[in-house]
Design a protein around this ligand. Structure first.
Ligand code: DGL
Length: 268
């Protein structure tokens, strides 16, 4: 099985692409809906929650876990990979979303001017800035925290004029910086991908996070046949959450275009 972890429902944007690109692998989604959002929490708390979630997914027999949540990837992944994983599960793999997106952005930006939008925590961590400038030192990176977007999306206000107005306000400074590539550094944002494209205009490439993560994972599995061989195949995909709420259903069902049965679990 491949585990997909997110702080809530946003990781479904990654899951949707994994279902399309790697249909033979059994997927296990875990959304920490009882404790979402992570975006305004401290690094220490995000780290603890992420360890609990990844540990849970490993105990369910996931060989590989994707930390789809950008906030968790930005704030917890490095330490988790360097310290916790070798001590606890040396034979398992945890991958995040920051590096794949940064690699593509660095490669494709012609002007060398990249924008990043995300939660406050992701932006404050500067993880995207570090990763992008590691890929290409000359890159100019402009970040914008968009803390109001997650609640609006969770609320299902996807096409409301209020959401569009807030989005325009957030993106204005990035447009002024003349960026040519935009990273949606939050799992929720691809749910309103078309709105980002509309506001940024035709001169800016808005990266398709789900597609990029799915392509990178496909490539990883090809390069690591020893990992690939140990991943359970099947189509009995399951959705685990730490709290069952109606929002999840209301946004997730039309987005994934399939019936979803939520199972409640406890992380500790
Ligand atoms: N999943 C988070 C992310 O990708 C957004 C929601 C939250 O703040 O927990 O950054």
């Amino acid at each position: 099985m491949i585990g997909i972890f997110d702080s809530g429902l946003g990781g479904l944007t990654i899951m949707k692409e994994l279902l399309a690109t790697l249909p033979s692998y059994q997927l296990l989604y875990l959304g920490d809906t009882a404790r979402t959002p992570y975006g305004n929490r401290s690094q220490a708390v995000i780290y603890d929650f992420t360890v609990q979630a990844v540990d849970y997914l490993f105990k369910q027999n996931c060989r590989l876990v994707i930390v789809a949540c950008n906030t968790a990837s930005a704030q917890a992944l490095k330490k988790l990979q360097q310290e916790w994983l070798p001590q606890n599960y040396p034979d398992r793999t945890v991958l995040g979303v920051v590096r794949p997106l940064a690699e593509v952005a660095a490669r494709q930006s012609k002007l060398g001017r990249v924008g990043v939008v995300g939660t406050r925590s992701t932006v404050d961590s500067n993880t995207y800035v570090r990763e992008l400038t590691t890929q290409k030192a000359s890159l100019k990176v402009y970040q914008q925290a968009c803390p109001l977007l997650v609640p609006l999306i969770e609320e299902g206000w996807l096409k409301r004029p209020e959401t569009m107005k807030i989005l325009r306000t957030y993106l204005r400074p990035l447009k002024r910086q003349n960026i040519d590539t935009l990273i949606l550094g939050c799992t929720h944002y691809p749910i309103i991908y078309a709105s980002f494209v509309k506001v940024m205009g035709k001169n800016v490439s808005v990266l398709d996070s789900g597609k990029i993560v799915a392509e990178k994972l496909t490539d990883y599995l090809k390069r690591h046949p020893e990992v690939e061989a140990n991943i359970v195949k099947g189509d009995n995909h399951r959705f685990l959450v730490t709290d069952i709420n109606e929002n999840f259903h209301a946004v997730a069902k039309p987005f994934l275009n399939r019936e979803i049965k939520l199972e409640k679990v406890i992380l500790s």
